[in-house]
Design a protein. Sequence first.
Length: 396
Amino acid sequence: MKFAHIADSHLGGWRQPELQLLNLESFRVAIDTCINEKVEFILFSGDLFDSAFPPIETLKETFNEFRKLKEAGIKSFIIAGSHDYSVSGKTFLDVLEKAGFCEICKYELDEVNNKIILKPSIFKSNYIYGYPGKKSGLEIQDLRKIEIKEDYSNYFRILMLHTTITEVAESLPIETIDLSLMPKADYYALGHIHVDFEKEINGKPAIYGGPTFPNNFKELEELKYGSFYIITIEGFTKITKKEIKLKEVELVEINIENSLKGTEKILNELEKKNIKDKIVLLKIYGKLKEGKISDIKFQEIEDYLKKVNAYSFLKNISKLEIEKEGFEPQMQTGEMENVEEILVKRYEKENPSNFNEYIFPLIESLSLEKQEGETSNIFESRLVSEINKVMELDLQ
């Protein structure tokens, strides 16, 4: 038996047309590889699309790829992810299923016992189960309720999840689910976290399958290209990671202190590089002692890169700051907190309510800052978790 595991394609996600095209082409390579290697079925572990309602051109191209799979006799099993999930339950994944191109993993609510019963998608001797991801990690509470009724014997069981498992989150202060507490499976097809993660849990492989193409500047910097997996079962489990290398990534990091000379310095550095047909990541950092950030002529830089036939150009100036000089506010330590306390006390006096006790804890919770390297989804999940603790709520 041979099957593929694809996750986090985020089709339609890039604003830059050339990167949106490269994202789609990476997905196309994954599909063609699956056909050429004659896999029997493919697991899509969430975020096939970057939104529940992707652009029409993205839909047309995606449907064509699924048509190729159907014509090749390859079954597709799918769950929604945090991006293409919809609270209304209506997404274009349903259209794909209605057209006969895939099967969405199903589940039922057992309200009497407060459980979620996963229903199997059966393919030969394989029982495939799955539960979708949701916005801001809100699927975590649901996952603690999932059950599988069928006995774990005489068939190969696959569990598809789109979430953050404890084993991958490490020390990040976010809500996660311990995969070892989930129903037993022979293969855990995971999606959501864009990392290189292969691990055995309870003696069985647990793998984050994607992305098939990096989804932002940081991922291009760290991952450089996409990937997916092909799994072969022949008495033992053989795991093969398939890398999708279509374009090279050139990272250029430059420290700027004088923005008036910044453009010249950047162009000089770029001239030293062979950047033809590459994705150029320009990372500018430092404290400006002279000039403003707007003094750097990015259009001139972009024009040069087009001239030398770079494939695409992305810039990151988040670490470029203006050095603060002159006026220093004469505030003693703790004075800002005193101002907040005075204002809140005044508000409480004018607006008496039992909810006022939550004001200070909420101020503290909402002052959380995004950590270096933390994705927006993980940050949102951590923020919601903190608010849950303060308000003693279960935000679902």
